[in-house]
Design a protein around this ligand. Structure first.
Ligand SMILES: *[C@@H]1O[C@H](CO)[C@@H](O)[C@H](O)[C@H]1NC(C)=O
Ligand SMILES: *[C@@H]1O[C@H](CO)[C@@H](O)[C@H](O)[C@H]1NC(C)=O
Length: 393
């Protein structure tokens, strides 16, 4: 034991980084000095990468560098075991189709034609009930919206896209599509929008060409979801699967040429409701056919590399991943949120947020300690942090 103290520090950290959780925890109780050594992030990185939602991505990037890894490994056990405190943190009267984005310490939530920004509480107990900002301008409901560094960009049932400055009052409105704009994304100086009018459009975001439509792609099918690749050179559209075209297609951002179709045998009506990239070559999709699919375009565009089936045969409205092992999905009935570990086929945890009444989970977002789920008439928070100290007396 003593020999450990005589090792050069970097060698000590290297040795410690090969120990398992339990051994590290035992060692940390030996003395103050060992406690200090075993609290360092370098010691926990290898373990954290194997944990769900620890904030370490597949490529080893750290998403939540301000929270010690040792703590995140502990919280990860709560996610795995489904230990959390559930609470409806906001409720409203009419049934809506809300959408959300988490941006640092702020949760943006669309409620009918407006988007409200709610500050997350620093004590971890949900959010401040009074919004810190309201973004309006749509004449009908907001379908989806996204955040960039400086802007919030929303898409509405009224066929419009509105570009709001996050801080400040500047906003600009485009008459973007003939019918509702179901989905939108923005990266690398462009906005891409998809609509019920069976087109996807690419818009310039450069200041001298703001609001200019660069391309219109006839998709021959209603567009429900889309995402721009992290490489910024292509984007994927998820469509209704009503025509004779594949429901997942990848397009070149510059030329708007079709690059590839994903999959071969989608059933009619198996529309894709959400699609998210994890890396330039990997993406997740879900929708009416009740499967989550993981695609790796390096391996195959004809077959997905992994798939997970919703056990109750419900449509899947939304997904999010931790860019490593965990996926969270929202189902169409009883506010069912599921957590999945990509390394196993069965779902890891199930939370039913709107039983006995039924609502779809329209959108979900999570950070390292909380998961937010937006249902027809309420926003729920699941708190996975420190149940022992607060939840259970
Ligand atoms: C470990 O020691 C360093 C240097 O003495 C100190 O800055 C740091 O806060 C300590 N960390 C813990 C977790 O005690
Ligand atoms: C996650 O959300 C909680 C509560 O809403 C908040 O207190 C916490 O700071 C957030 N964590 C991060 C890393 O943003």
């Amino acid at each position: 034991m003593l020999f450990l103290y005589h090792l050069p520090e970097d060698i000590l950290y290297l040795v410690l980084s090969y120990l398992d959780c339990q051994t590290l925890n035992s060692l940390s109780q030996v003395c103050k000095k060992m406690y200090n050594f075993t609290s360092r992030d370098v010691v926990w990185k290898r373990i954290a990468k194997e944990c769900i939602n620890s904030g370490i991505t597949q490529e080893g990037r750290d998403i939540f560098p301000r929270i010690p890894l040792k703590d995140r490994v502990k919280i990860s056990q709560n996610w795995r075991r489904g230990r959390c405190r559930k609470e409806a943190v906001l409720k409203w009267k009419n049934n809506l189709l809300p959408w959300m984005q988490l941006d640092g310490g702020v949760l943006y939530l669309s409620q009918a034609a407006d988007i409200r920004a709610y500050q997350l509480r620093t004590d971890g107990r949900g959010l401040q009930r009074k919004p810190v900002a309201v973004y309006s301008g749509h004449r009908e409901d907001v379908c989806r919206f996204i955040m960039t560094e400086s802007h919030l960009i929303s898409a509405g049932v009224d066929g419009k896209i509105i570009l709001h400055q996050k801080q400040g009052s500047f906003s600009m409105e485009y008459s973007a599509h003939n019918q509702e704009v179901n989905c939108i994304d923005s990266k690398g100086g462009v906005i891409v929008s998809g609509s019920r009018d069976r087109t996807a459009r690419v818009w310039s975001l450069s200041s001298n060409r703001l609001g200019e439509c660069l391309h219109t792609i006839p998709t021959l099918d209603r567009v429900w979801s889309l995402a721009i690749s992290p490489s910024q050179s292509s984007f994927v559209t998820g469509t209704a699967c009503c025509g004779h075209v594949a429901s997942l297609r990848i397009w070149d951002v510059e030329s708007c040429q079709l690059l590839t179709c994903l999959g071969t045998d989608f059933r009619r009506g198996a529309g894709v409701l959400d699609v998210v990239y994890e890396s330039p070559s990997t993406l997740l999709s879900c929708g009416y056919d009740t499967f989550i699919r993981y695609w790796d375009v390096r391996a195959s565009t004809r077959k997905c590399v992994m798939e997970w089936e919703e056990p109750h045969d419900s449509a899947l409205y939304c997904i999010q991943s931790d860019s490593n092992h965990m996926i969270a999905s929202g189902s169409s009935y009883y506010g069912v949120v599921r957590l999945w570990d990509k390394r196993q086929t069965r779902c890891l945890q199930t939370f039913s947020l709107s039983s006995p009444t039924s609502s779809p989970v329209y959108c979900l977002r999570f950070n390292s300690t909380h998961l937010y789920a937006a249902l027809a008439s309420a926003l729920y928070a699941l708190d996975f942090k420190g149940l022992d100290s607060r939840g259970r007396k």
